[in-house]
Design a protein around this ligand. Structure first.
Ligand code: TRP
Length: 448
């Protein structure tokens, strides 16, 4: 066996896992979904899905990684020798690479906007002008490529340093900072005139807005937000020592992720409503609507700097977890040095990212299955690789791996009666219920 790097502390594991989970999805999609799907009613449904369905999925991936102590591909080889299960590993590597392709482009926009905020370039409250700034930012040919490259290089520099000395060391600083900064934004948002109306819009439960679409949106968002199905949890878990509790770490990760999403909602939506803007999601929300608001409120230009820094940190802590999936695979399966593995992964991401970036302008005419490159990689990762990877991982744990192995990894024997029953029920969910649920998420992604 090669000497494998490991995380140095429980806190290190938690911040790395939470860093992967907290990302753009928490900032630009969750608040919007809450605001338009019945406020607290949505949060309630989302929490139920996170705890009843997604946590068992997270435990499954954790068990696969920690038991095998190998990269996503090697993990299945170790746990199911002489079988074809390692294909799941390939799917996971493809998932992480295709997410990185468009995530890096958005990461680049974030770096660009951070510098724009630093140099006070949002000095006009003219929405059209902000539209133009955004369009120029993303449709130009060279500039977004440079910013994307900066984002990828920063990711690579952290990953090159290794698990303990790179990923753990930096997420330990970045994650607490991220929470601190979003709380500062919350305080500002809550002290705006008209904020209380926004808060009540966000949190007042309105079950009449809950439709079957709401349920599926909540489920899909929970799955994506917890970074399930793309090998990041399997890879990180392979660096976790046996004495770290899987249930404990997974619950803390899910709680941090959800808490951050709610704090993001408080930071964003009340301000949007206070200005009478109808809520939107995605790039339009963070790169157009929010700058429009920032220029109009006291201390706004500082808030803009803070906000884009938050967006950047949230994106890069996710990006390093994605790169580590491919890097661990290359190191262990192709006996590459960490440095070469990072260089190769970065090169692949830069090429695919370039296609995604240019598809906003120069190459916007090229469509594959009706989608430009950016949307194609988004679609492939969320609706194909992640869901298939997640589905197969859960079937693997429920039907192939022995229940004894699962229980052993979950420290069943040393637990009290309540925890043992919980683990039994969880295994039942993994075996019979979760596969159906992930299948439904997958079908929906295809039919949408
Ligand atoms: N959870 C991330 C977000 O909310 C997105 C994501 C999905 C991700 N799968 C991932 C991030 C895998 C890192 C690794 O934005």
């Amino acid at each position: 066996m090669q000497d494998r790097d490991t995380f140095g502390s429980k806190f290190g594991v938690l911040v790395a896992m939470a860093g992967s989970a907290v990302g753009l999805g928490n900032l630009w999609r969750f608040p919007y979904l809450v605001g338009t799907n019945g406020g607290a009613a949505f949060i309630f449904i989302y929490l139920a899905f996170v705890f009843l369905l997604c946590l068992p999925l997270m435990y499954s991936e954790f068990v696969i990684g920690r038991r095998s102590r190998a990269n996503v591909f090697g993990a299945f080889k170790v746990l199911a020798p002489k079988s074809n299960w390692s294909i799941v590993g390939i799917i996971a590597v493809l998932a992480s690479i295709s997410i990185m392709a468009f995530y890096s482009v958005v990461g680049g926009w974030t770096v660009d906007y951070f510098f724009k905020a630093l140099t006070f370039q949002f000095s006009t409250a003219d929405r059209n002008h902000l539209d133009v700034i955004f369009n120029t930012t993303v449709t130009s040919t060279y500039k977004p490529l440079v910013f994307m490259a900066i984002f990828v290089v920063l990711t690579a520099l952290i990953v090159i340093a290794g698990v303990k000395k790179g990923i753990e060391k930096y997420t330990k600083i970045m994650m607490p900072l991220l929470f601190l900064m979003i709380i500062l934004l919350d305080i500002r948002a809550l002290t705006l005139p008209g904020a209380s109306a926004g808060v009540s819009f966000l949190f007042k439960p309105d079950f009449s807005k809950v439709t079957s679409d709401t349920l599926l949106d909540a489920l899909g968002q929970a799955f994506f937000s917890l970074s399930l199905g793309c090998g990041t949890i399997i890879t990180y878990a392979s660096y976790v020592s046996k004495n770290v509790g899987i249930v404990d770490t997974s619950i803390k990760t899910a709680v941090s992720d959800t808490l951050f999403a709610i704090l993001a909602g408080i930071a964003i939506m009340p301000a949007v409503f206070a200005f009478g803007i109808s809520p939107s999601e995605g790039p339009g929300l963070v790169f157009i609507t929010l700058p429009y608001i920032f220029v109009q409120i006291p201390l706004g230009s500082i808030l803009a700097i803070l906000f884009f820094f938050i967006l950047f940190i949230a994106a890069i802590t996710s990006s390093i977890s994605l790169m580590e999936v491919a890097v661990a695979y290359l190191i262990e399966e192709f006996k590459m040095k960490r440095l070469s593995a990072v260089l190769l992964s970065s090169a692949v991401v830069l090429v695919l990212g370039t296609l995604c970036s240019l598809s906003q302008g120069l190459l916007s005419g090229i469509k594959i299955a009706g989608r430009n490159f950016f949307d194609l990689f988004d679609f492939l990762s969320s609706n194909v690789f992640m869901t298939i990877g997640g589905l197969l991982s859960i079937i693997f744990v429920g039907w192939w791996l022995k229940k004894e192995a699962f229980k052993d990894e979950m420290h069943y024997k040393s637990k009290n009666l309540f925890c043992r029953r919980y683990i039994d029920v969880t295994f039942f969910v993994i075996k019979y219920i979760a596969p159906i649920v992930v299948f439904v998420i997958m079908l929906r992604g295809w039919l949408k």
